[in-house]
Design a protein around this ligand. Structure first.
Ligand code: NAD
Ligand code: ZN
Length: 342
């Protein structure tokens, strides 16, 4: 099969012929239809310090996908050839305290698809059956292809009550954009999106932002007073990884507010802890998706009218992966999809 491989240490990816993965007794083999490019794939492609520390080449990269089951192992009863599925990219141990208690997103021994095991930027991918999610017939396959990052957005966006609340989203990358649509769908009053990139601010408005702000030009106190807000944001979703964005969010919260932190900073961030204490804020780290409550929430929100399609801005054949990666890296993009069926 053809696959995008990180062949050795250093920048770049190779489109290579590699063996179709073998199918263990608990595994599901999937013919990949479409994939999404994630920031993680960009880090691996560029071979930054995180990738150099984390990745052991050769490895097939990629973890956001939709495809069709082609073969199942002897123990697998719930999946059949022809089923349309996506995969949860975190393969957990199944044996630790949290896994046994059903809190699999808290597993400390998680292995990442396309990070610690061969991934989905390939004609075929194999996963344990416990990592495979059934889609309903008729789902838009491009939407199905990005359930993994959509799940990051949903996990963060629904980590505090949203109905009637005023929400700040910092960073309108693909995940912040989807989170904007999720909190709008979930009954937020005001959704303020802070994002320096104009292309992405425009997308945020389409995803349901009440107001979009360039943080270099306007401060959030002014935005709050324009909206008639008096006490600050009830919920903030930090989706930029930027230190100033996190500090600004914290200083604009209402007493008792909740800050979900998903954006990954590249260095330590100092925070005003007194402010966090006296204003009784809750800061919560968000990683991955809950298995499988988040997947259920994604499914039913799409079925009840949530539309995340505006986040998909670019489509490429997998053979044009270099152009696809360049589009994802440019910043003037939302989600970039590669098609593996041509
Ligand atoms: P992205 O890099 O495409 O988006 C980040 C956005 O933040 C960009 O549009 C950028 O312009 C904006 N930004 C930069 N400085 C800002 C500032 N001061 N104020 C407001 N916005 C600012 O990333 P993405 O793919 O949307 O992912 C969002 C973040 O989440 C990234 O940091 C990513 O590494 C991280 N991530 C975390 C998880 C997890 O499980 N915790 C999973 C996937 C991604
Ligand atoms: Zn575990």
């Amino acid at each position: 099969m053809l696959a995008l491989v990180k062949s050795g240490p250093g920048p770049g990816l190779d489109l290579r012929d590699v063996p179709v993965p073998s199918v263990g007794i608990n595994d599901v083999l999937i013919r990949v239809h479409k994939t999404g490019i994630c920031g993680t794939d960009l880090h691996i492609e560029a071979w930054d310090p995180w990738a150099a520390r984390t990745i052991a080449p050769p490895i097939v990269v990629g973890h956001e996908f939709v495809g069709e089951v082609t073969e199942v192992g002897a123990n697998v009863a719930d999946f059949h050839p022809g089923d349309l599925v996506s995969g949860e990219g975190h393969v957990v141990c199944g044996r630790c305290r949290h896994c046994l208690a059903g809190r699999r997103h808290l597993c400390a021994y998680t292995i990442g698809l396309g990070v610690g095991r061969d991934g989905a930027f390939a004609e075929y991918v194999v996963l344990p059956m416990t990592n495979v999610w059934h889609h309903w017939p008729g789902i838009d396959e491009e939407v199905a292809a990005i359930f993994d990052p959509f799940g990051n957005a949903v996990h963060a966006a629904l980590s505090f009550p949203i109905l009637g609340e005023d929400v700040l989203v910092s960073g309108a990358g693909p995940i912040g954009l989807m989170a904007t649509a999720v909190v709008r769908h979930s009954g937020a009053r005001y959704v303020v999106v802070s994002e320096p990139n104009g292309f992405r601010r425009e997308l945020a408005a389409r995803m349901g932002a009440t107001v979009t702000v360039d943080p270099r030009e306007r401060d959030l106190t002014a935005v709050q007073s324009d909206l008639g807000m008096k006490e600050g944001f009830d919920v903030a979703l930090e989706m930029s990884g930027n230190a100033t964005a996190l500090r600004t969010a914290i200083s604009n919260m209402a007493h008792g507010g909740g800050v979900a932190i998903l954006g990954l900073p590249t260095a330590d961030i100092s925070l005003d802890v007194n402010h966090i204490i006296f204003n009784q804020l809750t800061l919560r780290g968000i990683y991955g998706r809950e298995m499988y409550e988040t997947w259920y929430q994604m499914t039913v929100m799409i079925q009840s009218g949530l539309d995340i399609r505006p986040v998909i801005t670019h489509r490429f054949d997998f053979r044009d992966f270099e152009a696809a990666f360049a589009a994802a890296r440019s910043g003037d993009s939302g989600k970039v999809i590669m098609d593996w069926q041509s």
